[in-house]
Design a protein around this ligand. Structure first.
Ligand SMILES: Nc1ncnc2c1ncn2[C@@H]1O[C@H](COP(=O)(O)OP(=O)(O)OP(=O)(O)O)[C@@H](O)[C@H]1O
Ligand SMILES: O=C(O)c1ccc[n+]([C@@H]2O[C@H](COP(=O)([O-])O)[C@@H](O)[C@H]2O)c1
Length: 223
């Protein structure tokens, strides 16, 4: 029976980065909390599969989804109200006892920086190891985030595959990042929004409750 990412690496499911022998930090005996940050406009099955796969491979006790307040690197486009994105995330994760949702980035106000997310989660969860889950596109931009040197002291970073993006930890600190293959789902929030705007269905791309919420709140129409 696998005991951790090192075993998973042995059977080939973790693409072990050269900087991170064994595919991730050893189990310290502390609670292991995954952190999935995103704008979730809307949340879709690509997010959920990534979180579920990382939780299994890294033996996480829980994954907390953290919708952004103001995603400063998406300031060039309209972002739906935080409350709508938060509620869609709650609806999408409600059935999974291992998943939860945090409002910390929304309630803090101002632009969302992951360094603040992780500092706050650290304070709220003493004696817990944090694992920040992020997609290949976000991983490639990580060095443009605020206070990158502090980020890697707060959490271990797990980069997951995403169709259309190359998964690499080039330039990132040794041992700070693990790369994981997740079952590829070619779904993006951008595509979901465009489909709703055109009147195309998004059934089965996002959870059923999220389809109904988007319809009820008339999100993405005419965008
Ligand atoms: N299909 C997917 N597979 C794996 N990871 C994904 C997928 N879609 C999004 N992610 C990751 O989830 C995190 C949050 O993503 P985000 O909320 O921005 O969704 P998105 O689909 O990338 O949105 P948008 O299309 O609006 O940029 C990011 O790290 C992103 O790379
Ligand atoms: O900390 C930063 O400067 C930073 C810059 C861009 C994105 N992030 C985080 O990356 C995650 C994915 O962001 P997004 O906007 O692609 O959904 C989310 O948790 C963001 O807060 C963080």
């Amino acid at each position: 029976m696998p005991t951790g990412p090192a075993d998973d690496a042995a059977n080939g499911t973790v693409r072990t980065p050269q900087h991170s022998p064994g595919g991730g930090p050893a189990h310290t005996g502390k609670r292991r909390l995954g952190v999935m940050g995103g704008t979730f406009d809307p949340i879709h099955h690509g997010h959920l599969v990534a979180a579920s796969e990382v939780a299994a491979q890294f033996h996480l006790d829980e994954v907390v989804f953290v919708p952004t307040g103001q995603p400063w690197q998406k300031s060039h486009r309209k972002v739906s109200p935080a409350e709508d994105r938060y509620l869609m995330t709650v609806i999408a994760t409600a059935e999974n006892p291992q998943f939860s949702v945090s409002r910390i980035d929304i309630d803090r106000g101002g632009p969302t920086y992951t360094v603040d997310t992780l500092r706050d989660l650290r304070a709220l969860n003493p004696d817990t190891d944090l694992f920040f889950i992020t997609g290949a596109d976000a991983l490639a931009q990580l060095l443009t985030w605020r206070d990158t040197e502090e980020l890697f002291s707060l959490a271990h970073f797990i980069g997951v595959t995403r169709p259309g993006h190359h998964l690499t930890d080039a330039g990132l600190p040794e041992g700070g990042v693990s790369l994981v293959e997740v079952p590829a789902l070619a779904i993006s929030s951008t595509d979901c929004r465009a489909r709703v705007a055109k009147g195309d269905p998004i059934w089965y791309m996002v959870p059923d409750g999220v389809v109904r919420y988007i319809d009820k709140r008339e999100l993405y129409r005419g965008e």
